[in-house]
Design a binder for this molecule. Structure first.
Ligand SMILES: [Zn+2]
Length: 484
């Protein structure tokens, strides 16, 4: 038991070595493991349960806004991928190719999808004939392969899971509206379900999706002060409809190319949950996506299996019946103390302890993972109390994260200040940028910071400012940060 006790406790402290802590917590909490192939990971049941919760909540929102799910092939013929020049150039370095089918060489190589625009657009060109066929609002849940050189579990792996929406519209206005609607859906999702505060905005040209007219993104700050892109929504314009010949007869019987969008979030969101909320004791999951929301630990003293366990089982049933994901830890081989640290490490939002004295007093002890706060609760009021606390944890975790984001967003006026923020204080440096790629490139070269988002908030812009790099007139209020 001593060795196992140490296994839980010997977690590298987050402030001492953030990336070591990140990988350790993933493996110790059994979220994922390294696969034998370089750059690939196995998502273990506990990690996959987080993904299933994310997927379920996101799928509801996608459907509620009028989209339907479909499934397209994993392989894309090379000639399809090459149709959109910028698209192929952007993805070429990361594409995995299939050249053999059994022992026979294929006439045309097949790409393992790095994203599905090419295959989906080829089908849309068959399906869309008239304005009556529009809009097309399809989403796909799928796996994606991008041959990454530097990988990190959940953040960047050769294969990952995501959803990708692909829509087609009659007008640019409609497509742009869709792009922005999804952007705010993502923002609301990340804030309300994942309890992570985000900024949202437009990407600069250098950060734009290969083949898009405009890319919009939601970005969050991880607790080491680096930014993470949480989701993207692309206004594709007519780039793809022109090369894939997706045309429709409009209301005046004229042939037009459709206007398209695509958008996605991935298993990267699990990485964000770990990095935004975790602490020195391990993970801290917000209740909405936690695989286990409540763990019950009976205090194993005396004849506990007869005197305590039945009460614990009753509580488990009661909570389960009101839809709370509950686990009863009745393992006899571990001490309560060991169990406490294990469930803390695994990020379970609320722990219920029940011992002989509690049973006498008809109460239990509740311990919150987010604050460590302990309180007793009358056993008859438990279901109501647990629901209330879970709601409160969800809200307080977002508040805590929002506070962190605000404290780590620094308004800077000069290039020296920008450098100081990026190097020493971390987080977002909020400032003006002239819009020239030259300034953006130099800033990246010298500070390793990129523009995470160009603010869309009009009133924030006020009168134009001065570019933080060249001091020329600048209309873009932007957030710079180092990013994953
Ligand atoms: Zn400039």
């Amino acid at each position: 038991m001593n060795n196992e006790e140490r296994f839980v406790k010997k977690l590298t402290s987050k402030s001492a070595d953030f990336s070591k802590w990140y990988v350790e917590v993933i493996r110790k909490a059994e979220l994922a493991d390294y696969a034998p192939m370089k750059g690939m990971m196995v998502i273990r049941p506990y990690g996959y349960a987080v993904w299933e919760n994310i997927q379920h909540l996101m799928d509801e929102k996608i459907k509620a806004t009028g989209h339907s799910n479909a499934y397209f092939p994993l392989f894309i013929p090379e000639s399809y991928l090459q149709k959109e020049a910028e698209h192929v150039e952007g993805f070429a370095p990361e594409v995995a190719w299939v050249t053999l089918g059994g022992n026979e060489e294929l006439e045309e190589r097949l790409a393992v999808r790095p994203t599905s625009e090419a295959i989906i657009c080829s089908m849309y060109s068959k399906w869309i004939k008239s304005w009556r066929d529009l809009p097309v609002l399809i989403n796909q849940w799928a796996n994606i392969v991008r041959w990454e050189k530097v990988t990190r579990p959940f953040l960047r792996t050769t294969e990952f899971l995501w959803q990708e929406g692909h829509t087609a519209h009659e007008t640019h206005e409609e497509a742009n509206k869709e792009t922005l609607m999804i952007l705010s859906l993502y923002k609301e999702f990340v804030e309300n379900e994942l309890a992570i505060a985000v900024i949202s905005g437009k990407k600069s040209d250098r950060e734009r999706f290969a083949g898009a007219l405009e890319t919009y993104a939601v970005e969050a700050l991880m607790s080491d002060g680096k930014a993470l892109q949480m989701g993207t929504s692309h206004d594709l314009g007519q780039h793809f409809s022109k090369v894939f010949n997706i045309r429709f007869e409009d209301r005046e019987q004229k042939l037009q190319h459709v206007w398209q969008t695509s958008w996605g979030v991935s298993t990267r969101l699990i990485g964000a949950l770990i990095m935004a909320h975790g602490d020195d004791s391990g993970l801290r999951f917000p209740p909405r996506v936690a695989p286990i929301q409540v763990v019950i630990v009976p205090i194993a003293v005396g004849n506990w299996k007869e005197n305590i366990l039945p009460h614990a089982q009753n509580i488990e049933k009661k909570l389960h019946d009101i839809g709370i994901r509950t686990e009863l830890d009745e393992r006899a081989e571990f001490t309560p103390g060991w169990k406490f640290s294990e469930w803390e490490m695994r990020g379970v939002p609320l722990r219920i302890e029940i011992g002989p004295r509690d049973i006498e007093a008809k109460q239990v002890v509740l311990v919150r993972r987010d604050t460590g706060q302990k309180e007793s609760c009358d056993i008859n009021l438990l279901d109501k109390k647990v629901s209330e606390i879970l709601k409160d944890i969800q809200v307080s975790m977002l508040k805590e994260n929002l506070k962190f984001q605000q404290e780590n967003t620094h308004v800077v006026q000069s290039y020296d200040e920008l450098k100081e923020v990026i190097e020493k204080r971390k987080g977002f440096a909020k400032t003006f940028w002239c819009g020239k790629q030259d300034c953006e490139d130099k800033i990246k070269e010298e500070t390793m910071a990129t523009i995470r988002a160009i603010s869309l908030v009009k009133e924030e812009k006020g009168s134009p400012g001065e570019c933080v790099h060249c001091q020329k007139n600048a209309e873009n209020l932007v957030y710079f940060a180092r990013a994953y």
